[in-house]
Design a protein around this ligand. Structure first.
Ligand code: SAH
Length: 350
């Protein structure tokens, strides 16, 4: 057995995990995401897209793209909401879903009829674009580098444990495919100075995805909203985590393919990569603040009033998305935009 680079291990584990026929989402599954907690989440994101479409000058057609749609709940809620209050946007929107799992594509097809599926953003047709990514980037593989007295070494996986491997310099090699003006990852990501034992994570697929989305936005106009968890500023640390049946803190290197593996999103690096590729960035700001500004609680109150028997559940779900001790603070919102569009809803300074 040869040691396997961490990102390769993670990619293999994720492919097996998301290809399972049973759904990992929801109470009976492994974890619950924002769109599964409250329909108001997908609704306000849909309206965010409709506002941006207006600012873009109402292009028809417009590509409405979601990456990693899971069970399709967010897109389904978003489309229902915009059909009601922004019918011209709904009519102009061509729905493209970026999803690698055949099992999840089948689930998505039931709730988002008429969509087109892609294995990556590269095959989405060119043109004005609105992109949604909720808990997508955290699922993409990371490499981990550790500072030793000899400099940065890289973590590999062997027999269910980490081993450290010297890395050839210059380090690490640049990602394939990025946008224009892309710098080498080494220059972008690995600082010269770090304390002994400090760990730096680098997600090359996340940076390549960002560069490609930002380049499209710069070339054809549009915007992207990224919602995920991670720190606002660049930081060190091993954030790789495994979740199974709502149990956290499991060994991420054990039983690959049976647990959801994620790492914190490095928002500073993502924003940097987006600006390098020609997009403006707004945020990251706490998800709670973003959702409150979009009127999530007002929408939840309306839903609660319409269904009094479910009111408690509806209101506590929405509360969980915005509360600091729920998902409101750890989760962040970051927007990538055409420079001409100005700060999107939720990111305007009050
Ligand atoms: N956005 C959904 C699901 C989040 S889970 C929600 O909030 O509920 C991560 C999603 O990303 C799953 O749909 C998974 O199959 C998909 N995914 C993971 N790796 C991917 C990759 N490399 N390319 C495309 N989709 C991927």
């Amino acid at each position: 057995m040869y040691p396997e680079r961490l990102d390769h291990f993670m990619a293999r584990a994720a492919a097996a995990y998301y290809a399972r026929p049973d759904s990992p989402f929801g109470r009976a599954g492994d974890f619950t995401t924002a769109p599964e907690i409250s329909q108001a989440f997908g609704e306000v994101i849909g309206l965010w897209c409709a506002v941006m479409w207006e600012r873009m000058g109402r292009p028809d057609p417009v590509m409405l793209v979601e990456c990693g749609p899971g069970r399709g709940t967010l897109m389904s809620d978003a489309l229902r909401a915009v059909a009601e209050v922004a019918a011209p946007f709904r009519a102009a929107a061509r729905v493209h879903l970026v999803e690698t799992s055949p099992a999840l594509r089948a689930v998505q097809a039931r709730v988002v009829p008429g969509a087109t599926w892609h294995g990556g953003v590269a095959t989405v047709p060119r043109g004005p674009v609105l992109v949604i990514a909720n808990e997508f980037l955290d699922a993409l593989p990371v490499r981990q580098f550790v500072m030793r007295d000899t400099g940065w070494v890289e973590r590999y996986v062997e027999g269910g444990a980490f081993v450290e491997v010297a890395v050839p310099s210059p380090l690490p090699p640049p990602a394939r495919g990025g946008g224009r003006g892309r710098r080498e990852l080494g220059e972008l990501m690995l600082p010269d100075q770090a304390a002994e034992g400090a760990i730096k994570e680098v997600s090359e697929p996340a940076l390549a995805w960002t560069a490609s989305v930002a380049a499209r936005i710069a070339a054809h106009s549009g915007a992207a909203i990224i919602l995920d968890y991670g720190p606002t500023t660049a930081s060190f640390g091993d954030t790789l985590q495994a979740v199974s049946r709502h149990a956290t803190g499991l060994d991420p290197l054990a039983a690959p393919g049976t647990r959801d593996l994620t790492a914190h999103v490095d928002f500073a690096a993502i924003a940097h990569a987006a600006r390098d590729a020609g997009a403006a960035t707004h945020g990251p700001i706490p998800q709670g603040l973003f959702l409150l500004r979009l009127g999530l609680m007002t929408r939840a109150a309306m839903l609660a009033q319409a269904r009094p028997r479910l009111a408690g559940e509806i209101l506590s779900g929405a509360e969980r998305l915005v509360a600091a001790e729920g998902m409101g603070r750890l989760f962040k919102a970051l927007a990538l935009c055409d420079h001409r569009l100005g700060p999107p809803p939720g990111f305007e300074e009050p």
